[in-house]
Design a protein around this ligand. Structure first.
Ligand SMILES: Nc1ncnc2c1ncn2[C@@H]1O[C@H](COP(=O)(O)OP(=O)(O)OP(=O)(O)O)[C@@H](O)[C@H]1O
Ligand SMILES: [Mg+2]
Length: 1022
């Protein structure tokens, strides 16, 4: 067995620790000693809590003495906790102190702690006298400050220890806290002496009791993470949680065992069994029968299986309850520890187990036959017991029933597991297969559906493929088409849209349009849906219209609703959101009458997305959250996750970031990682992080998506590459941003949905605008015209996608286009400030604070050169206020840096207070002069300095002469050298490109570019 490892940090227990510290506080003030009892089951963490507490107390100067009772009986270890505590005294005190504290008691105390002195030659003093001596020592210690006396494990205390503790608690005076720990789950319960001692403590009112319960689920996860020192898998956390029940000792054991596979290790089994050893044989027999049922067992079932007469059974169970092995929950017995059940079960012989399982199965089958419909749980148990009894014939049939029942109860993972068991037996037991109500193809189809609903798309795909081949070429065309349609749906879920479309084309070939059939309608509808998701809105609409016609002919409402959903999306893409919402509502009415909750939810999801992509974010979020609740109730986790991500997406955009964060986290919690469903929240979280200024985190999320799904649908590929480009821009890597945009555009070739393509073009133009600085600085005409061509191409793509007569942009895409135009003007020099004003106004109307602030910042930058300081200052204040309140850290820093360079005072401090001196401090230069000096050191002319700092060259010259005078220097060269040696020219200086570009901008007719939306010149020397 692997080594057990303990967590380096104590998990949870804040409240309990707080109570201990408060008790010490009270004791420290008081004249009478106080006592505190920490009670709880074995291994729950009493000692750990006490250790953490005493460590803190020691740090605060409290004197701590500690000892424990032993389970060896009183005669072997009399007064054990006090003796152990006193034994440490000579080690921690010098002889003079020790003799002062011991007073005249050394000899008497030597009776229990020989190390303290010579044993008295005469007859031992009475216990009463000894108690007085112990009391004296503690009181003398208390004379020097606060004292804690720990007596652990009083459940093992014998009569004399109990009497001593009782005496101390009753008589001690001074700042002393007596801290006791006690198990409250000892087999057989407390001894009579302990029982009355504990009762006395409670009655006296001077003893506080802290009951330690098991750790809650999130704390177990924390514990596992702390012990493994990383992010543990969800499976590992679940295993530890379910087997340990939140008992930290068991959690450590299970974790150590899990390194060797998940079987219960013998040591742990013996340890758990040892605690049940005291049970009489009769109870053991029943306990074994109970363990075969699992963690819980009904009284009536147990009675049937054991065949015991009622009084005998009751007596046996009462003993098991008294020994803390079982608890009672109504008419059900529950093993108090999951490991208890496991240990008893593992202790049985295989033959013994299968006999018991057979009996349970027979009893349950008998019960099921007497009812109309047995519950999913009962049928699940029945299947389980037939399997465990080795009755494969019954097991196969029972698994099929259990799967159907689990599906009805929306327990899809269970349903899937039952189907898998049935499939595993199918070929082995032909007689049972022949008796089965479904054939192999039907079983595979069902298993695929359950796998998909349980979130295992890949497995659904392989099961559906098996279903297609099991049906074979002879299959009836409609049935074959419908099998392929199912397969296509799972392929899409697994992220293979191209594969799905290929399957659908095959299905369409197999199924004739005439006469119309629900299958034909369904195939067309699904083709429309996937093409829509691919961004091929026109082609999608053609299929969807065909689907509607076919569906109406045969009243296939599901297919019609789905097709209407697609038509709605097409309308939304063409800028007709009202029409889209209308169609979606019609579709929802059709779907409402159907059993297809998933289809209905898809429509709600489309509605939510249509609302937020057309600028009605708050409404979109409301629809998504309401639908997510329905999805969760129906056990549809993937859809719940997507809907929650939708809600998050909408809220990110309108600046409700805390709420957005919460929904995105919830989304992450319900979908399993590495499924397509998980990409939705990652994508939105990455946008949120990008805007918050956590660029590295955003990049990690995006990388995660691409790693798992390199071949994304356009609806995901577009935002992924757009955001990758934006991240690169914030990191001041325009080249990388351009590449991301190119890859993105390639991934969505043939796409005609402006909502997908427009943001990509906009990000591409921002990248060119950032990139163009360099050729401009170096007067690299070839480079300039290359950039210009790239920009032209991007803006043409953006304009073209908005051009068709049947296309009206949604307000959001319109704002994107305006922003793209404004970025384009940064490259070419149109009336750029005015372009940014239009963009900002569009975002303001949509109530999108972040893009609005970004646009205002860009506008201010241009106003500083082309317009007035007053307008620039007002724009910066607006942008800063928004960025600071979101808060969008990186944007805020950019704004502050621009304000600092332009000497514009923002509404509140522009820079956080530095905890180190600014370089150049103490030279008597003003901060403006320091700015000038930095630029001077970088070899700038007065004109260049003026351009960078938004002042005239003459003013710059005046600053330079002041600097030389103040520093007693003769020339600009000397000033530059001084600046270098003062560290003023380290990264604190604005980077050369920024300086030159601002300068070039002034001189050239084209408008300037500012620094890229990237690394901020920190303005301070780190
Ligand atoms: N809150 C906690 N955080 C991290 N580890 C814990 C926590 N509580 C207990 N543990 C660990 O679990 C194990 C068992 O805890 P501990 O020994 O304190 O239990 P106990 O209640 O004193 O048990 P016993 O009744 O057997 O004395 C120890 O290794 C301990 O370090
Ligand atoms: Mg302990």
């Amino acid at each position: 067995m692997s080594q057990r490892v303990t967590s380096p940090v104590m998990v949870g227990r804040d409240e309990e620790l707080g109570r201990l510290l408060a008790a010490l506080e009270v004791a420290g003030r008081g004249t009478a000693a106080s006592a505190l009892l920490v009670a709880g089951e074995a291994g729950v963490g009493k000692t750990r809590l006490v250790d953490e507490f005493t460590e803190r107390a020691r740090r605060d100067g409290t004197f701590v003495l500690a000892g424990a009772c032993l389970d060896v009986g009183e005669t072997a270890a009399p007064f054990a906790p006090v003796a152990e505590a006193f034994r440490s005294l000579p080690a921690v005190m010098d002889p003079a102190e020790l003799s002062e504290v011991l007073g005249g008691s050394a000899e008497q105390l030597a009776r229990i702690v020989p190390a303290l002195g010579q044993r008295p030659g005469h007859l031992p003093a009475s216990d009463g006298a000894l108690f007085e001596h112990v009391l004296g020592v503690l009181e003398r210690l208390g004379g020097h400050g606060r004292v804690v006396l720990v007596a652990e494990d009083v459940h093992w205390a014998g009569r004399s220890t109990i009497e001593l503790l009782n005496f101390l608690i009753g008589n001690l005076r001074g700042p002393v806290l007596i801290l006791l720990t006690c198990r409250d789950d000892e087999p057989g319960g407390p001894s009579p002496a302990l029982r009355s001692f504990l009762a006395e403590l409670d009655r006296g009112g001077r003893t506080e009791r802290v009951r330690l319960g098991r750790l809650a689920d999130p704390q177990v996860a924390e514990l596992v993470a702390a012990i493994t020192g990383g992010e543990p898998s969800r499976r590992l956390v679940d295993t530890v949680r379910s087997r340990s029940d939140g008992n930290p000792f068991f959690a450590e054991e299970v974790l150590a065992a899990s390194a060797d596979g998940l079987a219960l290790p013998t040591e742990l089994r013996n340890l758990v069994l040892a605690r049940m050893q005291a049970l009489p044989a009769g109870s053991w027999h029943v306990l074994r029968a109970a363990a075969a049922a699992g963690r819980r067992v009904e009284h009536s079932l147990l009675s049937g299986v054991t065949g015991l007469a009622e009084p005998k059974l009751l007596a046996a169970m009462r003993q098991a309850v008294e020994h803390h092995v079982l608890t009672v929950d109504g008419a059900v017995y529950v093993f108090r520890h999951a490991l208890g059940q496991e240990a008893v079960y593992a202790d049985m012989l295989p033959a013994e187990r299968s006999a018991l399982h057979g009996k349970y199965a027979a009893a349950l089958a008998d019960r099921a036959s007497q009812r109309d419909q047995a519950s999913a749980e009962e049928l699940g148990q029945l299947a389980h017991h037939w399997h465990a009894a080795g009755n494969w014939h019954e097991a196969l049939l029972a698994s099929i029933d259990a799967s159907r029942a689990a599906q009805r109860a929306t327990a899809y993972p269970e349903a899937y597991a039952h189907d898998q068991r049935a499939l595993a037996l199918w070929d082995l037991i032909p007689a049972a297969a022949a008796a089965s109500p479904v054939g192999l193809t039907g079983l595979l189809q069902h298993a695929a559906q359950m796998a998909s609903l349980a979130g295992h798309a890949e497995r659904a795909v392989s099961l559906a493929r098996r279903a297609v081949s099991s049906a074979g070429p002879a299959a009836e065309p409609l049935a074959a088409g419908s099998l392929r349609m199912q397969l296509a749906a799972y392929l899409w879920e697994a992220g293979d849209t191209a594969g799905a479309l290929a399957e659908l084309r095959q299905a369409a070939e197999a199924v004739p349009d005439d006469p119309p059939s629900p299958e034909a309608a369904g195939i067309e509808a699904q083709q429309g849906r996937l093409l829509m998701l691919r961004g091929c809105t026109r082609e999608a609409a053609i299929h969807a219209r065909r689907a509607v016609a076919l569906a109406r002919a045969v009243r296939a409402d599901d297919a019609e609703a789905s097709a209407l959903g697609t038509l709605a999306a097409a309308a939304a893409a063409r800028g007709r959101p009202d029409e889209a919402v209308d169609q979606l509502r019609r579709a929802a009415r059709l779907a409402a009458g159907q059993s297809d909750i998933a289809g209905l939810l898809r429509l709600r999801q489309n509605l939510a997305a249509t609302l937020w992509t057309s600028g009605r974010c708050a409404d979109g979020a409301d629809v998504a959250v309401a639908a997510a609740k329905v999805a969760l109730e129906a056990g549809l986790r993937i859809q719940a996750g997507m809907l929650l991500a939708n809600a998050g997406a909408a809220l990110v955009r309108i600046g409700r970031w805390d709420e957005a964060d919460r929904f995105l986290q919830m989304s992450a919690d319900v979908v399993s990682p590495y499924t397509l469903g998980s990409t939705y929240h990652l994508l939105q979280r990455s946008l949120l992080r990008l805007w918050q200024g956590e660029v590295a985190l955003a990049r990690a999320d995006l990388a995660g998506i691409l790693q798992n799904f390199p071949d994304l649908d356009p609806q995901l590929a577009c935002p992924v590459y757009t955001q990758l480009a934006e991240a690169a821009l914030w990191d001041d890597r325009p080249g990388e941003a351009r590449e991301a945009v190119t890859t993105g555009l390639r991934a969505v070739e043939g796409n005609d949905d402006p909502a997908y393509v427009m943001p990509l073009c906009r990000a591409g133009l921002a990248a060119v605008a950032a990139e163009v600085r360099r050729p401009r600085i170096h007067r690299d005409h070839a480079g300039l015209s290359q950039s210009r061509r790239a920009a032209d191409q991007l803006i043409e793509t953006a304009r073209a996608i908005a051009a068709p007569a049947d296309t009206k942009l949604t307000p959001v895409t319109e704002a994107e286009l305006l922003t793209a135009e404004a970025e384009y003007a940064r490259v070419t020099g149109g009336d750029a400030a005015a372009r940014w004003d239009e963009a900002a106004t569009a975002w303001a109307e949509l109530r999108y604070p972040f893009p609005r602030a970004y646009a205002r910042w860009r506008q201010a930058e241009l106003e500083l050169i082309e317009g007035t300081r007053a307008s620039a200052s007002a724009l910066l204040a607006e942008a800063w206020h928004t960025a600071a309140s979101l808060p969008a850290q990186q944007l805020r820093q950019e704004i502050e840096a621009l304000a600092a360079r332009a000497r514009i005072t923002l509404p509140s401090p522009q820079r956080p207070v530095a905890d180190w001196p600014e370089p150049g401090a103490g030279l008597g230069l003003t901060s403006r002069e320091l700015d000038v000096l930095r630029l001077l050191a970088a070899g700038r002319t007065n004109r260049q300095i003026g351009a960078e700092l938004f002042i005239s060259p003459r003013t710059a010259g005046v600053h330079v002469s002041h600097i030389l005078a103040k520093l007693g220097l003769a020339s600009r060269g000397e000033a530059a050298a001084a600046a270098h040696s003062l560290g003023l020219t380290k990264p604190a200086a604005p980077d050369a490109d920024t300086v030159i570009s601002a300068h070039t901008a002034r001189q050239s007719p084209s408008p300037p570019t500012s620094g890229p939306p990237g690394r901020t010149p920190p303005g301070r020397y780190p």
